[in-house]
Design a binder for this molecule. Structure first.
Ligand code: TXA
Ligand code: MG
Length: 337
């Protein structure tokens, strides 16, 4: 960290949001809760502060950051216009887990935020403490997930503390996040709106509000040399040990059952696993989405675990988002008996 002394990372709650906003105003980094995952905040108009976000996360600096706003009015100062489709989505889904890619006014945001792109990603999260934080600062904050780059996104303040203690000034703790997977990202800077990252809000729900077909980008649509959603090209969410997706729960009977194995699955599938360590994903796909990153972190923190098996899901609204994250953690590897 350039020889800097380690910071004493403070924990904030609903009673001292003003202090947290003060730190942001001074160019410090403060992690904040959202309904999806915890974000790493810095004043989005302060280039030096934004550069420190990349440093703290160990994130490649060509991967642009989300601009987190308190409301639509705050976003208006930075975008060239709010297209009709964007307006419909804002009216319907904000505050909420939907991020919009829109054109920005030239020079309105530092290059460190946009990665030099003519567009930026805007998000208005649904969390009263974070909303108060941004209102108090009266400027947007950048908001990448508050994890070390390549590790699973943080769904509790403890996850953030584990990854970033000593590297950031503070963390606002508002308990475990509700959804557990990052926001849906929709690109509205192109003729045909396209989802760049699946999340709880599905392409079908977006289509319904826009009265037009919204496609899910499977990673094939790219501009000339910049991949759409540049973050997509990096390895993600990955524990140190290899992860395998188990598509059919009946196959848990055929995986090795020794103490070097970790299994994350719905509670019903966790019997008869011998010496393997287990982590319950809950009783439904929504609970599994909520618990996935915590499960990956749980096994990552146990050196004894050399192979991790995680239940896959084919059905359910959030299954596309869940499988998108799990596929990255597993580098696309599925268990075959
Ligand atoms: O739920 C969320 O969105 C969380 C919470 C904290 O708000 N944030 C989050 O941020 O997931 P991050 O930085 O981990 O992911 C942002 C994604 C990256 O994949 C990045 O490449 C993409 O958004 N992105 C940012 N600006 C973009 C742009 N102008 N065009 C296309 N993709 C962009
Ligand atoms: Mg992230």
């Amino acid at each position: 960290e350039g020889g800097n002394n380690k910071l004493d990372t403070q924990i904030f709650n609903k009673d001292n949001i003003k202090q947290a906003a003060q730190l942001l105003a001074q160019g410090e980094l403060v992690a904040f809760p959202t309904e999806t995952v915890y974000g790493l905040g810095a004043d989005a108009t302060n280039e030096e502060a934004v550069k420190n976000v990349y440093r703290a996360k160990g994130r490649p600096s060509d991967n642009p950051l989300i601009v987190t706003v308190a409301d639509e009015a705050m976003m208006k100062k930075y975008v060239t216009e709010i297209p009709a489709d964007a307006q419909k989505l804002i009216d319907h889904f904000w505050p909420g887990p939907l991020t919009l890619i829109l054109f920005v006014k030239e020079g309105a945001l530092p290059d460190a935020v946009t990665g030099g792109l003519p567009t930026a990603a805007f998000r208005c999260p649904q969390d009263p403490l974070t909303n108060e934080l941004i209102h108090t600062l009266a400027r947007p904050i950048v908001g990448p997930s508050a994890n070390t780059s390549t590790k699973p996104s943080p769904t509790t303040a403890e996850h953030v503390y584990h990854d970033l203690k000593g590297k950031i000034a503070g963390i606002i703790d508002n308990g475990p996040t509700k959804i557990g997977l990052e926001s849906t990202i929709i690109d509205l800077s192109v003729d045909q709106p396209v989802v760049l990252r699946p999340g709880e809000i599905t392409p079908d729900e977006l289509s319904e509000v826009l009265h037009k077909k919204v496609l899910l980008n499977k990673g094939t649509v790219q501009t000339k040399d910049v991949p759409k959603a540049p973050g997509m090209k990096y390895r993600h969410y990955a524990p140190s040990s290899p992860v395998y997706i188990v598509d059919d729960p009946a196959d848990f009977a055929y995986i090795p059952h020794d103490s070097s194995v970790g299994v994350a699955a719905l509670a019903d599938n966790l019997h008869d696993l011998g010496d393997a360590d287990s982590f319950s994903l809950g009783v439904s796909i929504d609970e599994a989405a909520h618990n996935l990153f915590g499960a990956l972190r749980y096994f990552d923190s146990n050196e004894q675990i050399k192979t991790i098996y995680v239940q896959g899901f084919a059905k359910g609204n959030i299954s596309a988002a869940y499988m998108n994250r799990l596929n990255k953690a597993a580098s696309g590897n599925h268990f075959k008996k």
